[in-house]
Design a protein around this ligand. Structure first.
Ligand code: ZN
Length: 438
């Protein structure tokens, strides 16, 4: 057992079911913040942060999911896989590369539980997203999420060692959030079953030093393919069946539908083809739609309407549905208190969905979770998914805020390990949350 460290002097042994005994009494929630010692976490993060290779910042240029085998991007992808795993390995974490047969996924873990199979001890999970957007790089700031996850897991481990907190910490490197929904695959393969709670963080624009836990939109990707018949456009157009016209008619129908849609709902898409030429009647076209609504339940109803409007369709393919974010109220309250006290950040528990979507929404249906957003300085009209945001997510200011939030994520997670009553409440909140249930 690790000796008590400065900042942890009130802590004593032994462990009891993942809790800590303090002079013979189980620690109360009030003690938790003093026991977990923000000083300890802040100290270790401050000490280790300069060691986090700056390469992490530029090296996490992971390609979209479908383009895994494209060689130049594949190389940067493997680089992004290599750097954080090696770094965490050097800090005592066990490493599983290419986790669950996903080439870009990884898992690093640390535990002081003995025997390792002991089930009465809790496991806290964190996520590091890494993927970038084609051509515009880290326009969603996933480089900050990658490093934030590393920092949170590292700080948690150090606090556990220094303060003698029993438990397990797991950090997943989760690929393809923006294209491919890698977390849905990880869920299907059981990656989150070992965790009792999971936390991650995401940068956004917003007022200086602010954070929040709004929801996100559920999303259903749909592909509609149109098959026609080619013809010489100038010689015998009457022999053709124009798939591009079919696609445009469907697109126009959906566009007309938008004026009757609720402001919380979204449908947007693009038309694609193959071997098109202006002097040939196109025999193939495809529209890739993204149908969004505040909850997974609503998106199901809504996609039916969208499908009906594309009555010309020949083939319709639905990709895995991304769910809305269900933030755990207990975790949100704890995080709000922590970030106000130790991060100097104003917290807003925003209700309703923000404009975007995330595959972490599906994780929130699996176990108690928290996905706070935090504001970084941005340029005017430079929200997520713009080149301006790529620049904003690479600044020293953004990284300083990210580390500050990572410390607070770590503090929130530590309470899950320490405080059984707190864990019972957040579990109850999870079980009772039927918003958006399918
Ligand atoms: Zn994102």
């Amino acid at each position: 057992m690790a000796a008590d460290a400065p900042g942890c002097l009130r802590l004593a042994s032994p462990f009891l079911h993942g809790r800590i005994l303090n002079k013979g009494h189980e620690s109360s929630p009030k003690d938790v913040k003093s026991i977990t010692g923000p000083k300890v976490i802040f100290r270790v993060l401050t000490r280790h942060y300069p060691l986090l290779p700056n390469r992490l910042m530029v090296g996490t240029k992971i390609c979209p999911f479908e383009e895994w085998n494209e060689t130049p991007r594949h190389n940067t992808l493997l680089y992004a896989h290599k750097v954080p795993t090696e770094f965490m390995g050097a800090h005592g974490f066990s490493i599983t590369r290419h986790y669950l047969c996903l080439e870009t996924a990884w898992r690093v873990a640390w535990s002081n539980v003995f025997p390792p199979s002991k089930t009465s001890v809790r496991t806290i999970g964190f996520n590091s997203e890494m993927d970038a957007l084609p051509e515009i790089g880290h326009a969603c700031g996933h480089n900050l999420i990658a490093m934030g996850g590393v920092a949170a897991a590292l700080g948690t481990k150090h606090a556990m060692e220094k303060c003698g907190i029993e438990g397990r910490v797991v950090l997943l490197g989760t690929p393809a959030e923006d294209a491919g929904s890698g977390k849905i695959i990880l869920i299907e393969r059981g990656a989150y079953k070992e965790m009792d709670a999971c936390l991650m963080m995401h940068p956004t624009p917003g007022p200086k030093l602010s954070a929040g836990t709004g929801s996100s939109l559920a999303i259903q990707p749909i592909e509609v393919e149109y098959f026609g018949h080619p013809a010489r456009a100038s010689g015998a157009p009457w022999e053709g069946q124009n798939s591009l016209d079919a696609a445009f008619l469907a697109y126009s129908s959906i566009s007309a539908l938008r004026q009757q849609m609720k402001p919380t709902h979204r449908v947007h898409g693009i038309v694609e083809g193959r071997e098109w030429a202006p002097n040939i009647i196109p025999d193939y076209a495809k529209i890739r739609w993204l149908v969004r609504a505040p909850t997974a339940k609503e998106v199901e109803v809504f996609q039916v309407a969208a499908a009906l409007a594309t009555a010309y369709q020949i083939k319709l393919v639905e990709h895995p549905r991304v769910y809305d974010l269900r933030q755990n109220d207990e975790l949100a309250s704890e995080f709000a208190a922590v970030i106000k006290q130790y991060g100097g950040i104003v917290f807003a528990n925003v209700s309703g969905a923000a404009g975007g979507s995330t595959d972490f929404g599906n994780v929130t249906y699996e176990l108690p979770t928290l996905h706070p957003s935090f504001a970084i300085p941005t340029a005017e009209n430079g929200r997520n998914h713009t080149r301006q945001f790529t620049d904003s997510a690479a600044t020293k200011e953004a990284h300083a805020i990210e580390i500050s939030v990572a410390k607070c994520i770590a503090l929130t997670g530590l309470r899950v390990l320490i405080d059984g009553d707190f864990y019972a409440r957040l579990r109850e909140a999870f079980e009772g949350d039927d918003s958006g249930s399918l």
